[in-house]
Design a protein around this ligand. Structure first.
Ligand SMILES: Cc1cc2nc3c(=O)[nH]c(=O)nc-3n(C[C@H](O)[C@H](O)[C@H](O)COP(=O)(O)O)c2cc1C
Length: 538
C-alpha cells in the first residue's frame, strides 16, 4: 500500500513538472513544433509530389485551390463573367425571390454588340390591359395557351396555370427540405413541379400539380429486376390526383446517353422505399429504356400509359442527331397518335452529377436544339398537336421570351429555382457537401434551410419571373407570350452592331398558336394550379 501511494505521489510531481514546462514554453515554440511535424510528414509521405518537394509551403497551393472558386466569385470576378450563372443573374434571382428591389440604375452594363445578344423589339404602343382584364388584378397570371393532351383526347387533359414551372430534379439529388420548399412554392405560384427520375416522394406532396417523371431505372414504378410496372404507376396516379402529366425521360441536356449511379452509401431507408430499390448496393440507371427501343415502340408506350392512366404523356430529350425525330414524326402522322408534350432540354442544362465531357460537349445548346426539332414538327404540320416545353437557362425574362418566340409553350427552370431556395452556385451537387443544404443528403447541412422562408422565396421568384415576362410581352404589343413571333426578337451577330431576327437566324417562322384572350384561358375547366390547402390524396 505505501508503495502504491509513493508511486502515485511521484506521478503527480512529474505531472506538475510537465505543467510548469508547458507554462514557460513561449507560443512560437508550439508553432515551430507543429511546423516540424508537418515538415516531417510532408517529406516522408509519397502521395502528393508538391508537398513532398516543397514541404509546408506546398500546402498553400492546396488551400488556395480549395477556396479559389469562392475568392473569384466574391472578390475577383466581375458582374457578368461567371458561368453557368453570373453574379448579375444570381443577384436578380435572389432579389426577386426576396421581393427586394431587383431593378438596376444608370442603364445597361452589358456589351450589347456581343454575338448572341437578345433584343426584344418594342411596339410603338404597348399592349393595354382594360380595367376588367385578369392581369389588372393578378399581374403575374399567365396560363399555358395550349391544353396538354387535348389533341389526343386524353381523359384528363391539363392546362398548366403557369407558363413557368419547376424542372425535373429528384429527391436524392436535392435534399428533402429543398424539394419541399420548391413544392410549396410551386403550389403557391400555381406552377407544376416535375419530380425528376427519382420517384414521387412525400416532399413532392405539399399541394403543387405534379409532372411525374419516369427515367430508365423506373424508380418508384419498377419491379424487382428494374423493369417498368404499369400496376405501380396506376396505383400512384389513382391515389394522387395532383399528378397531372407523365414525362418519360429519354435524356437530359447535361448527360444524354448516360445513366446515373446512386451509390449504396447514399441510399437511405426512405430513398429505398420511394424508389423501390434494395438497400446496401449501388443502383445503376441504365442509359437505355427497357420498355421500348425505337420511335414506334416509344409511341406504343406513350399510348399504353395514357390509356391506362387517362393522363397526358410526353417525353424529355436533349437533341443531337435528327433522323429518329424524322421517323417519330412520320409515325405520328401515319398512326395519328403521339406525345402530348415534348420537353427540349439544352446542352447547357444542369445536373446533379455528370462527367465533364458529357456536360460540356454532348448535345446541342437550347436555341439550336429547339429550332432543329421544331422545324421537323412544323414541316409535317404537327406543331399544334404537341405542347413544347423548353429548358436550359431560361429562367430570366428575356431568355424566356425568346423561347416563346421560337415556339415554346411552357418553360421549366431547375438551377434558377434552386437559387431561389438558397443555392449559391457552389457547384458541389455531386459531392454531397452543398453548403446551402439544397443538393445534399447531409442532415446537418440541410438543417440551415428554413422551409417556411424558402418556399415563400421560390413562389416569389416564379411570380416575379412571370410578371416580368408579361411586362415585356406587353411592351412588344401582345397580350400573351404565345403571340410573340420570330420577328419580334433580334439576335446580335457580333459584327459592328449588326443584328438579325430570330426568323432569319434560325430559318423558320413560328406557327401561330390558337389564342383568343387571357380570360378564356383562366376560365378553362382543365386549368391546373388550384389552390386547395390540403394535399389531394385519395
Ligand atoms: C441537381 C439537378 C438534378 C437534376 N435531375 C434531373 C432529373 O432527375 N431528370 C431530368 O430530366 N433532369 C434533371 N436535371 C436537369 C433539369 O431538369 C433541367 O433540364 C436542366 O438543369 C436545365 O434547366 P436549368 O438551366 O433551368 O437548370 C437536373 C438538374 C439539376 C441541377
Amino acid at each position: 500500500m505505501p508503495k502504491i501511494l509513493g508511486r502515485f505521489l511521484r506521478k503527480i510531481t512529474a505531472m506538475d513538472q510537465v505543467k510548469d514546462l508547458l507554462a514557460i514554453t513561449p507560443w512560437w515554440a508550439y508553432v515551430l513544433l507543429v511546423l516540424l511535424i508537418v515538415f516531417l510528414r510532408d517529406i516522408f509521405q509519397k502521395k502528393h509530389t508538391i508537398s513532398h518537394n516543397f514541404p509546408i509551403v506546398g500546402h498553400l497551393r492546396y488551400a488556395l485551390e480549395r477556396i479559389g472558386p469562392e475568392l473569384r466569385q466574391y472578390i475577383v470576378a466581375n458582374n457578368r463573367e461567371e458561368l453557368p450563372f453570373n453574379r448579375s443573374q444570381r443577384s436578380w434571382i435572389y432579389a426577386s425571390s426576396k421581393k427586394q428591389n431587383n431593378y438596376q440604375g444608370f442603364g445597361t452594363d452589358q456589351d450589347q454588340s456581343a454575338a448572341g445578344y437578345i433584343f426584344i423589339n418594342p411596339a410603338l404602343f404597348p399592349y393595354y390591359a382594360q380595367p376588367d382584364h385578369p392581369n389588372v388584378k393578378e399581374k403575374d397570371l399567365i396560363p399555358c395557351a395550349k391544353i396538354i393532351g387535348e389533341y389526343n383526347g386524353r381523359r384528363r387533359p391539363f392546362r398548366p396555370r403557369s407558363i413557368v414551372n419547376i424542372s425535373a430534379m429528384s429527391f436524392g439529388s436535392l435534399s428533402a427540405r429543398a424539394v419541399e420548399s420548391l413544392n410549396l412554392g410551386a403550389h403557391e405560384a400555381g406552377s407544376y413541379h416535375n419530380t425528376g427520375e427519382g420517384g414521387f416522394s412525400p416532399y413532392h406532396q405539399k399541394g403543387a400539380d405534379i409532372m411525374l417523371q419516369i427515367g430508365t431505372a423506373y424508380f418508384g414504378v419498377r419491379d424487382e429486376e428494374g423493369r417498368f410496372e404499369m400496376k405501380k404507376l396506376l396505383r400512384l396516379t389513382q391515389s394522387y390526383q395532383q399528378i397531372r402529366a407523365i414525362e418519360i425521360k429519354l435524356s437530359q441536356g447535361a448527360k444524354p446517353g448516360k445513366g446515373g449511379v446512386l451509390p449504396a452509401s447514399k441510399i437511405t431507408k426512405e430513398i429505398a422505399e420511394i424508389r423501390h430499390i434494395p438497400m446496401g448496393k449501388d443502383v445503376v440507371s441504365p442509359s437505355n429504356h427497357t420498355a421500348f427501343t425505337n420511335p414506334g415502340e416509344l409511341l406504343d408506350f406513350i399510348e399504353d400509359i395514357a390509356s391506362e392512366t387517362g393522363l397526358p404523356v410526353g417525353f424529355k430529350s436533349a437533341v443531337g442527331k435528327l433522323e429518329l425525330w424524322e421517323e417519330l414524326t412520320d409515325l405520328m402522322l401515319e398512326r395519328n397518335v403521339g406525345p402530348d408534350f415534348i420537353t427540349i432540354d439544352g446542352g447547357e442544362g444542369g445536373t446533379g452529377a455528370a462527367p465533364p465531357a458529357f456536360a460540356n460537349h454532348v448535345s446541342l445548346p437550347f436555341v439550336f436544339a429547339f429550332a432543329a426539332v421544331y422545324k421537323i414538327f412544323q414541316k409535317k404540320g404537327l406543331t399544334n398537336r404537341v405542347t413544347f416545353i423548353a429548358s436550359g437557362k431560361l429562367g430570366f425574362p428575356s431568355n424566356a421570351l425568346m423561347a416563346f418566340a421560337m415556339g415554346a409553350d411552357l418553360i421549366n427552370v431547375a438551377r434558377e429555382a434552386m437559387m431561389s431556395v438558397g443555392c449559391i452556385q457552389a457547384q458541389s451537387c455531386h459531392t454531397n457537401t452543398c453548403p446551402a443544404g439544397v443538393a445534399t443528403q447531409n442532415k446537418w447541412l440541410q438543417r440551415g434551410l428554413n422551409v417556411n422562408d424558402k418556399s415563400q422565396r421560390s413562389a416569389q421568384y416564379l411570380k416575379t419571373l412571370r410578371k416580368e415576362i408579361l411586362e415585356i410581352t406587353h411592351a412588344a404589343g401582345y397580350e400573351h407570350p404565345c403571340q410573340v413571333t420570330m420577328d419580334d426578337v433580334d439576335v446580335g451577330m457580333g459584327d459592328n452592331n449588326y443584328t438579325t431576327t430570330l426568323a432569319q437566324a434560325y430559318k423558320y417562322q413560328k406557327e401561330a398558336v390558337p389564342f383568343n384572350n387571357m380570360l378564356e384561358l383562366v376560365e378553362c375547366p382543365h386549368l391546373g394550379g388550384i389552390k386547395s390547402p390540403e394535399v389531394h390524396a385519395h
